[in-house]
Write a protein that binds this ligand. Structure first.
Ligand code: NDP
Ligand code: GDR
Length: 373
C-alpha cells in the first residue's frame, strides 16, 4: 500500500486530495495545525477512529514553520509521496503578514525538502509543490504556459516563487523527484469563505434569505481562469506518477471577470441584475426575481457595492492558462466548467443560508462569521 503525506490536509485541496488518494487505496497521512477550536471540518467525513484497526487516514499535529516537527513526522511515516499544499494562501493577507507568509510558503517548502534529504529519502520520496499562477503576476504573455516568465505581485507570490525554484533546485541538485503544479485559481463548495468566488456565492445566498443586506467587494474587473478543485487534485496525483518529474500548468484555458461570476451566482438564485455607475460608485441592482430561492430580494435592491478596502496594493489583473502540456503529456482535461462549479457552490451556500433563516424565523440565531476577506 502506498503512503502519502499531505501538508494543508484541512484546506480545500487537501481534503479533496485525501479523498482521492483513499479511493486509490493509499494510506493517507495529513498534517493539521493546532488551533483553539476544531479546524478539521473539511476532512471530518473521512476521519477514521484511530482506536480501530487498519485505519488508512491519519492526522498529525504539525506546522510548516517547525523543522523538528516536520522531520519527526517524515521519519515516522516515510511516505512514498509528499504533497506540499500547506500555505498562508490568501494573497491580500500576505500584504498584511508578509514575513509569516514567507516563513510558511517559502521556508516551509525548504524545510520539507531538506528534511526529506536529511532522512536519506530523496531518491525514494516523490514531492509535489503547490505552485501558482500568481507567479505570472504582471503577465508577460497571453495565455501563460510553463515557459512564460514570472513577475510576482504580492508577498505571497514572491514566497511561492522561492518555493517553485527550490523544488526545481532539489530536482537538479539531488536528483529528487520534485514537481511543480502551476495551478490557476480553482474553487469548490469547500473554498475558503474569504476568496472572491465563495464570498460571492455565500454573500448572495445570505442576501437571498435576508441574512445580509449587501455584498461589499473589491476589483470586479479582475479576470481569472477558474477551474474546479476536484479536477485539479486529480492532476496533482497524475504528476507524481510519471517516469520523470516535470512542471505543469493546470488551467481551463478560459477566463471570466469577477463581475461575470456575480451575474452567474445571482442567476442561480433566480435573480437578474444590472451593473451601473463606474469606479468606486459602481453598484449591482436587482432587475427581476423568479422562483422561491430569494424571498428576501425585490426589484431595485442594491446587492453589491464596491469597498476600496478589498483592493490590493498591487493587483494581478488578468490570468489565463494554457493547459496544452498537461493534455498532451498526461491526457488531463478539466471536466467541470466554471459555470457548473458556480452552480454547485450556490446550491451549497443556499442550503446553509436557508437553515440559518429557518432558525432565525423560530427565534434561534446561529453565530455567523462577519469576516468578508
Ligand atoms: P487553503 O487556504 O484552503 O488551505 C491551506 C492549508 O494550509 C490549510 O490546511 C491550512 O491549515 C494550512 N496551513 C496554513 N498555514 C500553515 C502552517 N503554518 N503550517 C501547516 N499548514 C498550514 O488553500 P487551498 O487548498 O486552496 O490551496 C492549497 C495550496 O495550493 C496552497 O499552497 C495554495 O497556496 C496553493 N494554490 C491554490 C490555488 C487555488 O486556487 N486554490 C491555486 C494555486 C495554488 P488551516 O486549515 O489550519 O488554516
Ligand atoms: P487570488 O484569489 O488572489 O487570485 O488567489 P481571490 O479569490 O482572493 O481573488 C481573485 C480576484 O478577485 C479580486 N477581488 C476580491 N478578492 C477577494 N478575496 N475579496 C474581494 O472582496 C474581492 N473583490 C475583488 C481580487 O482582487 C483578485 O483579483 C487565489 C488563492 O487561492 C491563491 O492561493 C492562489 O495561488 C491563486 O488563487 C491562484
Amino acid at each position: 500500500m502506498k503512503k502519502a503525506l499531505i501538508t494543508g490536509v484541512t484546506g480545500q485541496d487537501g481534503s479533496y486530495l485525501a479523498e482521492f488518494l483513499l479511493e486509490k487505496c493509499y494510506e493517507v497521512h495529513g498534517i493539521k495545525r493546532r488551533a483553539s477550536s476544531f479546524n478539521t471540518q473539511r476532512v471530518d467525513h473521512i476521519y477514521e477512529d484511530p482506536h480501530t484497526d487498519h485505519t488508512r487516514f491519519k492526522l498529525h499535529y504539525g506546522d510548516l514553520t517547525d523543522t523538528s516537527n516536520l522531520t519527526r513526522i517524515l521519519s515516522e511515516v516515510r511516505p512514498d509521496e509528499v504533497y506540499n499544499l500547506g500555505a498562508q494562501s490568501h494573497v491580500a493577507v500576505s500584504f498584511e503578514a508578509p514575513e509569516y507568509t514567507a516563513d510558511v510558503d517559502a521556508m516551509g517548502t525548504l524545510r520539507l525538502l531538506e528534511a526529506i534529504r536529511f532522512l536519506g529519502m530523496e531518491k525514494t520520496t516523490r514531492f509535489y509543490q503547490a505552485s501558482t499562477s500568481e507567479l505570472y503576476g504582471l503577465v508577460q504573455e497571453i495565455p501563460q504556459t510553463e515557459t512564460t516568465p514570472f513577475h510576482p505581485r504580492s508577498p505571497y507570490a514572491v514566497a511561492k516563487m522561492y518555493a517553485y525554484w527550490i523544488a526545481v533546485n532539489y530536482r537538479e541538485a539531488y536528483g529528487m523527484y520534485a514537481c511543480n503544479g502551476i495551478l490557476f485559481n480553482h474553487e469548490s463548495p469547500r473554498r475558503g469563505e474569504t476568496f472572491v468566488t465563495r464570498k460571492i456565492t455565500r454573500g448572495l445566498a445570505n442576501i437571498a434569505q435576508g441574512l445580509e443586506p449587501c455584498l461589499y467587494i473589491g476589483n470586479i474587473d479582475s479576470l481569472r481562469d477558474w477551474g474546479h478543485a476536484k479536477d485539479y487534485v486529480r492532476m496533482q496525483w497524475m504528476m507524481l506518477q510519471q517516469d520523470t518529474p516535470e512542471d505543469f500548468v493546470i488551467a481551463t484555458g478560459v477566463q471570466y471577470s469577477v463581475r461575470e461570476f456575480i451575474t452567474w451566482s445571482a442567476t442561480e438564485l433566480g435573480i437578474t441584475v444590472e451593473f451601473t455607475g463606474t469606479g468606486l460608485d459602481e453598484i449591482c441592482t436587482v432587475t427581476g426575481v423568479e422562483g422561491d430561492k430569494a424571498p428576501a430580494v425585490k426589484v431595485g435592491d442594491v446587492v453589491m457595492r464596491i469597498d476600496p478596502r478589498y483592493f490590493r496594493p498591487a493587483e494581478v489583473e488578468t490570468l489565463l492558462g494554457d493547459p496544452a502540456k498537461a493534455k498532451r503529456v498526461l491526457g488531463w482535461v478539466p471536466e467541470i466548467t466554471a459555470q457548473e462549479m458556480c452552480a454547485e457552490m450556490v446550491v451549497g451556500d443556499l442550503k446553509t443560508a436557508r437553515r440559518h433563516a429557518l432558525l432565525k424565523e423560530h427565534g434561534y440565531e446561529l453565530p455567523m462569521s462577519v469576516e468578508q476577506g
